[in-house]
Unconditional design. Structure first.
Length: 222
């Protein structure tokens, strides 16, 4: 796989226990990697720097969406033509990166799709299914897993999907913008991994996501 213009962007918050192993695996598939430490209180930055990757740091915790945008903006400015987004907690197996890169030769946006097994907490499965229905109804994007953060996109569509959300609404906003701008997409099957069953979106986050989806539809988000 050619790695010249492929970048991996990894937002991180208090991930010193996981970031080293994640980076070692990611670097098997792509050499351009940027980690964004989103104002964490642990040694994520120090650990990541030892793995010979670019590390950016927010002084304050601004939210996952902000960390993703900081990393993507940086990668684009460095000449990236394809960007792969992964979480820092080990939930996204880097072995699928070549599949994402290959699929980006066919479409402009790729989503990692998990199998909904007992490994995914029941509340997450229910919330994901409900948000998926809203996205299909309002934005005509028929995805099996709308809340997976494992994604890839081509540089030419970044302006069309670039989000404003700072929180966990970022995944849904990206889809809403892509749907409104008719960005071509495909899904890539990925493993379902949950190292921490209580980490990530909460029921309150889910309510906010649905509220935002309705708001974005009313105001014709572009």
């Amino acid at each position: 796989m050619s790695e010249e213009n492929v970048w991996a962007v990894i937002p991180a918050y208090n991930e010193e226990k996981n970031i080293r192993d994640v980076l070692k695996e990611v670097k098997h598939y792509v050499s351009n990697v940027v980690v964004v430490d989103d104002g964490g209180k642990d040694r994520t930055t120090e650990v990541a720097k030892k793995e010979d990757v670019t590390v950016l740091r927010h002084v304050l915790n601004l939210g996952k969406g902000s960390a993703m945008k900081t990393g993507c903006d940086y990668a684009i400015n460095q000449g990236a033509t394809k960007i792969i987004l992964l979480d820092a907690d080990g939930q996204h197996d880097p072995k699928y990166i070549p599949d994402f890169v290959k699929t980006l030769d066919e479409v402009d946006l790729v989503f990692g799709t998990r199998t909904f097994t007992k490994d995914m907490p029941l509340l997450f499965r229910f919330g994901n299914a409900f948000i998926t229905t809203i996205l299909k109804m309002f934005y005509h994007y028929n995805l099996k897993d709308t809340q997976s953060g494992y994604r890839g996109f081509n540089k030419k569509v970044y302006d069309k999907i670039r989000w404003r959300s700072t929180s966990y609404s970022v995944e849904s906003e990206m889809i809403a913008r892509a749907g409104n701008n008719r960005v071509s997409f495909k899904e890539v099957p990925i493993s379902t991994i949950y190292n921490d069953r209580y980490k990530g979106t909460t029921p309150i986050d889910g309510v906010k996501i649905v509220f935002n989806l309705i708001k974005w539809k009313i105001f014709n988000l572009r």
